[in-house]
Design a protein around this ligand. Sequence first.
Ligand SMILES: [Ca+2]
Length: 450
Amino acid sequence: MPDIFISYARSDRARVATIAAALADEGFDVWWDPKIEPGETFRGGIEKALTAAKCVVVVWSKDSVKRNWVIEEAQEGLDRQVLVPILLDDVVNELPRGFKSVQAADLTGWRGGRDDPNWQVVKARVAGLAQPSGVPGTAALASAPVLSYLKGISRQALLGMALLLVASLAAGVYVYRAAPTRSEREQAAPGVAIKGFKDCPQCPEMVEIPAGSFLMGSPPSEEGRFANEAPQHAVTLKAFAAGRFEVTWDEWNACVAAGSCPSADDLGWGGGRLPAINVSWTDVRSYLAWLRRVTGKDYRLLSEAEWEYAARAGTTSRYSFGDSEAELCAYANGADQSAKAGHADWQASSCSDGFAHTAPVGSFKPNKFGLYDMHGNVWEWVQDCFVESYADAAPDGAPATSGDCSIRTLRGGAWYSTPSVLRSASRGKASLNTRSFVFGVRVARALGAP
Ligand SMILES: [Ca+2]
C-alpha cells in the first residue's frame, strides 16, 4: 500500500520527479510513475493505488488545472480528507471549482532544498497523514473500534505495538503507548517520555506532562513582550495530562451528536481534524461535562500556569523551539505569507506555513512534551479568570479566581496572530460567552484516580 499517491499532468513529469524523490528520501512509499501489474488495466491500476494511498498529493500547474483526471483524483483526496495540494506554477486563480479554498503549499520557487520552509510545510502535512505510527494511541487494545483501526496497519507495525504492549504490562503500566512519530523522535528531549492515551474512542488523545517547576511570564528584555506577562514568578506543578492536539471537529461533533454540546459554525472551512472554532468558554464547559460522563475521568481546562508550563516544555526562550521568528512556520500556523495572500494589509511573519486559516491539528512540529500547535492555529481557552498582572499568582499554578470572572483567559495565539502574539508567554482574554473563528480549546485532566 503506497503512503502517497501523486496526481499530476504528464507534461510536468520532470518537475514532479524532484518532489517524488524528496518524499521518497523522507522515507515515504511514493506512487507516482504508474507501475501496472500484469493483467491490470492502466486506469484500474491507478484506481487501486489511489484508493489504497494514505495521502493524495495533487500538483497544480498551468497544465494540470485543466486535466479532468487530475481534478478527479484530487477530489477523491479531498473527499477522504487526505489531500495535500502543491502549487508548482502560480495558478491560484485558475484552480478548479472547490479547490480554491483548500490552501496549497507554495513550491513555485522551490529548487529541491530540503530546508526550504515551503518544503517543510509539505513534509509536515504529508507526515500528518501518511504515518501509521502517528495514529493516536488508545486505552484498550481489545475493543472493536481498535481492531478495525488495526486492520489498516502493516504486520511489522503490529508486531512493534505488541512488543510495546508487553513491555508496558511488564512495567505495570496499563496504558498503550503509540509509537512516536518521526517528528517526535526528532524533537523529543532525551529522557522525556511521551505517553499518549485515550479514554474513549472519540476522546481527544492525552499526553502525560511530568511534574516540575518553571518561571512563568517573560523577562523585561524579551522582544515583543506585553506588560501583562509580569512579574515573572516560580510555579511548581504536579503531573497532569494535556490534550496532544487542540480539540478537533470530529471530537467536538461527537459531543454534539450525543446531544450534549451546542453545534458550532465551521464557516465552511471543513471539519475532521481541523480544530473546532466558534466555541465559547461556556460551550467548552458542556464539552468537559460530557467527557467526564463518558469516561468517568476528571476532565477540565488547563490552568493558565499549566498551559504555559506545557507550552514551554522546559524552555525559557520566546518560543518552545528558540527565539527565531524565522522558524515559526515549521512549528506554528500563524499570520504568515499564506495568510497575507488573502489579507494584504496584515502584519505577518516572513515565512510561509501553507495555511491561510486553521490547519489540521498536528500539521507542524511538536514541542518537547509531544504537544502540537501550542503556538498558533487557534487560541485555547484556559480555566482562569483574567488578571492583568501576575502579582498575586498562586505558586502551585492554581487558576485565578479573583477579579472579573466573566472575562476568561486564552493562550497561544491563532492563525491570524503576529509573531509577538505567538510567543509562549503571550496572553489573551475574552468574555466567557464569546464565540470566535480564532477561539478553540485544548483539554486537560488529572492523572491517577478521578
Ligand atoms: Ca498561517
